[in-house]
Design a protein around this ligand. Structure first.
Ligand code: C2E
Ligand code: MG
Ligand code: MG
Length: 642
């Protein structure tokens, strides 16, 4: 396997090695130089000795100078090449200084002193080549400088001994250079290995503790930092805070502009948040569009600490005052922030994070969007319930926890004409959860689409089963369709497939829409309704009267039925304006050619009044409560046989 390290990191290590060896090699060089001068003192003129010593001191003085400068340069890692070049040039100079010794300190007729000189230079050359071997150019320059000056002098001397010494010297230097090379290559390999494993460790650490997209600490590191903050706060007996920050409408950006735009926004948000907080505070990405800030050391006084945390939250809010410049557009967004205070060691990390989340969630729900909310014990139960429902809903469909109830619809003579399918969730610990509690959650998370499709399929299968019953052949079945479900591009296709798969008669299927749906893209709504009407499906407008649809829009909708909202029925006996509204709805429905049904009819008097006002269909506890399948079938069998 080929191991690679970043070239720059390798050069840095090599240069560091060269300079760090300098102190010892400087000392050794000076010792050899003094010994040489001392031994050759009697044979070489003092002037010549002085010249050589000066050259030597200049070369090694320069070495000492650049070494000092190197260690003074705190950004030397960024100037690696310059420091390497300086060292190389100096190596050549130092080699030449030793080579000059071969010329100037050569004792003409004294073979034993010649031998001493060559002995000293052999030692210097060998040591130099080995010490500089991590950088081949360096060791070549040193050896080259030395040989280039010294060898000619020995060769020109003409004596057999000095020629033999020169040749031996060359052989020796070549041999040491080759040995030095292989030493250098294994040294480089070692350095490379070390750097590569350091890089790997760094990478593993980065992946384990930092968010890939934003480079902020992830949940794991957050937990660690939070626990450290607990310890610090316990020690200093001061308060800290966790701020949970969630972007408003982030899903919209992702859906409308794509995930790349979403990622870009998250990166910019991370950057701004980081720039806003103090260096010692932690800002982490907890996942999705949720960020967590940990502030500690907010003081010993709780009120002041809360104030400081709120100020920090406002500062974070301030980071969103300018729009974000994404690749293809400018984008404005604001967060909601929840704060949970903590005090030292007894705090539980998961609990503190959960409370900050609850407060953030409360901030999101508040009328004043972009708000900051401090965790309040009193909010706990309701929000906790919602959080439980939200997480459990994700598994409810798979776990078969949904069932359908059926509520009868009758005509003026109280004969069965249809039924509405009403969804029920049997929660394993909470028992029956009413749809008004879980359907809004399913709508927010988008789960309503798959849940709604499941309801539709069950309803169609039921319709098919009832077609063979004596009472079932004329019964219409109404199914509630959520706005999100209806707006799916493949809604029409899904309904047609469901009808075909279940083999039910689409003329008996009625889809209940709400007014919230028709405020959006009315043409698309009309097209979809028409396509489904073609196969015989009929449409009802549910909870009619509480929305804001205008008459002109209503006129264009190819509906079959208006369903008067139960809030008008409940007060119809005592509230004249409700009576007036109901009368108007009935007249309007009739004028548009629609059937009108009243829901929530609980009292006989209500039914009588509605009948007088011209209503011809009813649904309500007065006739039948929503019932599970078997009870509903038993009831209809009973009515039929009566
Ligand atoms: P909705 O479609 O308006 O359904 C009528 C609601 O009124 C039902 O509440 C029903 O039980 C209740 N109700 C019927 N008669 C009376 C009465 O005489 N008095 C009173 N006080 N209430 C009566 P439920 O079953 O709790 O459903 C509530 C809402 O949940 C439904 O209102 C509908 O909007 C939604 N929902 C139920 N099932 C589904 C479903 O399968 N899909 C979708 N998207 N929404 C559903
Ligand atoms: Mg309904
Ligand atoms: Mg309704």
């Amino acid at each position: 396997m080929k191991i690679t390290a970043e070239p720059l990191a390798l050069d840095t290590e090599i240069v560091e090695m060269l300079y760090s060896n300098n102190r010892r090699s400087l000392l050794a060089a000076v010792v050899v130089m003094v010994a040489l001068v001392f031994i050759q003192y009697d044979l070489i003129p003092i002037k010549v000795l002085a010249v050589w010593s000066s050259v030597f001191l200049m070369a090694y003085g320069a070495r000492a100078y650049i070494t000092i400068q190197y260690y003074r340069d705190h950004q030397r890692e960024q100037h690696v090449q310059q420091w390497l070049n300086r060292f190389r040039v100096n190596s050549g100079l130092c080699g030449a200084a030793w080579g000059l010794a071969g010329i100037l300190l050569f004792p003409e007729a004294n073979t034993s002193h010649q031998a001493f000189l060559i002995f000293a230079l052999v030692g210097v050359a060998g040591a130099g080549v080995i010490v500089y071997s991590v950088d081949t150019i360096c060791s070549n320059l040193f050896a080259g400088g030395l040989l280039a000056l010294m060898i000619p002098r020995f060769l020109f001397d003409g004596s057999q001994l000095s020629i033999a010494l020169a040749i031996l010297f060359i052989v020796y230097v070549v041999y040491v250079t080759i040995a030095g090379r292989s030493l250098a290559s294994s040294l480089r390999e070692n350095i490379t290995l070390r750097i590569a494993s350091n890089l790997d460790n760094k990478k593993v650490h980065q992946l384990a503790y930092y968010d890939f997209l934003t480079n902020l600490p992830n949940r794991r590191l957050l937990a660690d930092r939070l626990n450290q903050a607990f310890v610090r706060c316990a020690r200093s007996q001061s308060y800290g805070a966790v701020l949970s920050l969630d972007l408003n409408n982030f899903k919209c950006l992702n859906d409308s502009k794509g995930h790349l735009a979403g990622d870009e926004l998250l990166q910019q948000v991370a950057q701004r948040l980081q720039n806003t907080l103090r260096k010692k505070d932690t800002i982490a990405r907890a996942g999705g569009d949720e960020f967590i800030a940990v502030l500690d050391d907010l003081g010993r006084d709780k009120a002041q600490a809360v104030h400081a945390a709120q100020l920090a939250a406002e500062k974070l809010m301030g980071a969103f005052s300018q729009p974000f410049q994404l690749k293809n557009c400018k984008y404005r967004t604001m967060p909601s922030i929840g704060i949970c205070m903590f005090y030292g060691d007894e705090s539980n990390e998961a609990e503190v994070l959960r409370r900050a989340d609850i407060a953030m969630y409360q901030a999101k729900k508040s009328e004043n969007l972009n708000s900051v909310q401090l965790y309040d014990e009193a909010l706990h139960p309701a929000i906790e319930l919602r959080a439980t429902l939200e997480s459990d809903l994700a598994f409810a469909l798979q776990a078969n926890q949904f069932s359908l109830y059926y509520q009868l619809q009758v005509d003026q003579a109280q004969r069965p004409i249809g039924a509405e399918v009403l969804l029920r969730w049997q929660h394993p610990t909470l028992g029956m959860v009413p749809p008004n509690q879980f359907i809004p959650i399913a709508e927010e998370s988008g789960m309503i689409v798959s849940i709604g499709n499941w309801v539709l399929m069950q309803a169609c299968l039921q319709l098919k089963a009832w077609q063979s019953m004596p009472w079932g052949s004329s019964l219409k079945l109404s199914v509630n369709v959520s706005a999100l479900q209806f707006s799916q591009p493949d809604f029409v296709e899904t309904v047609i497939n469901t009808v075909q798969t279940s083999k039910c008669d689409p003329h008996h299927l009625r889809l209940e829409l709400t007014e919230s749906l028709i405020v959006k893209n009315i043409d698309d709504v009309i097209d979809k309704i028409n396509m489904l009407k073609k196969i015989g499906i009929t449409f009802s407008l549910d909870d009619f009267g509480i929305g804001q649809s205008s008459l002109s829009v209503l006129k264009r909708l190819p509906l079959d039925e208006l369903k008067i909202d139960k809030s008008f029925i409940s007060d119809i006996l005592h509230n004249n304006s409700d009576t007036f509204i109901v009368q108007t709805i009935i007249n309007m429905g009739k004028n548009l050619g629609h059937n009108v049904i009243a829901e929530g009819v609980e009292l006989k008097q209500q039914k009588h009044l509605l009948q007088k006002l011209g209503c011809n269909a009813y649904q309500g506890f007065l006739f039948c409560r929503p019932l599970p399948l078997q009870e509903f079938e038993a009831k209809l069998t009973h009515i039929h046989s009566a």
